[in-house]
Design a protein around this ligand. Structure first.
Ligand code: CA
Length: 231
């Protein structure tokens, strides 16, 4: 998935970005209200992790504003951007949680939190958002469970790398939907990460080798899909 991390604390931001990349997510990171608003108005993300105390701008010496993150969230919801948002807050007053949820957050976590809890909540929020009661995605003989990160073929576990998993998850979330190479690269790489040329081709090749040559279809020059006719 492509995630936007909005966090002004360098140490927290670096550790979260690193950990989420290891999980196979593409993570972009902005550090102030103005950058978050511009980024969210111009690019698509699957989920946003939003700190509440943020400076208004990236100007040197700009002080963190307590409700800066709520400002970002309200701006998203007021233009009907329904992207799931998990609020990360250092403060644990009940008022902050209520304000975050009232402003349209899908969940919140109080710092310091456990990374396993964060990744579990990301999966839960994405499940609710996509309207699936069950976490596993199944198509044909292949089942992919985002919660356990396990993939099976005819019930037999298949070992995938984090990026092979990310490509397969993107394709299995919407069977029949065509994803271009650029859309798949977006799911694999954050800003500033060097995109290896033909990386997508390599991951698709590996997935076909492990799951069967016909599982992932492609339309030359257009993109890839699993399932019936692309729609
Ligand atoms: Ca902060």
């Amino acid at each position: 998935m492509r995630l936007l991390l909005v966090e002004d604390d360098r140490m927290i931001g670096e550790s979260l970005r690193g950990a989420l990349r290891l999980e196979g997510h593409a993570v972009d990171w902005v550090r102030d209200v103005a950058a978050a608003k511009i980024t969210l108005a111009t690019e698509h993300f699957d989920l946003v992790l939003l700190d509440l105390g943020l400076p208004a701008t990236g100007a040197p010496g700009a002080e963190s504003v307590p409700a800066g993150g709520l400002d970002v969230l309200r701006a998203m919801r007021s233009r009907r951007d329904a992207t799931p948002v998990i609020v990360l807050t250092a403060r644990d007053g009940p008022g902050d949680k209520v304000a975050g949820l009232d402003a349209g957050a899908d969940d919140y976590l109080v710092k310091p939190f456990d990374l396993d809890e964060l990744t579990a909540r990301i999966r839960a929020v994405m499940r609710r958002h996509s309207g699936r009661a069950q976490s596993a995605l199944t198509f044909g003989a292949v089942t992919l469970d985002p919660a356990t990160r396990q993939v099976t073929l005819d019930g037999v576990p298949v070992l995938l790398s984090a990026r092979e998993f990310a490509v397969l998850e993107a394709l299995m979330q919407r069977p029949g939907a065509l994803l271009s190479r650029a859309q798949l690269e977006d799911r694999l790489y954050g800003w500033g990460e060097e995109i290896e040329s033909n990386a997508v081709t390599v991951y698709i090749h590996q997935l076909r080798r492990k799951l069967g040559a016909d599982f992932i279809q492609n339309i030359r020059g257009v993109g890839y899909f699993v399932g019936g006719k692309p729609g």
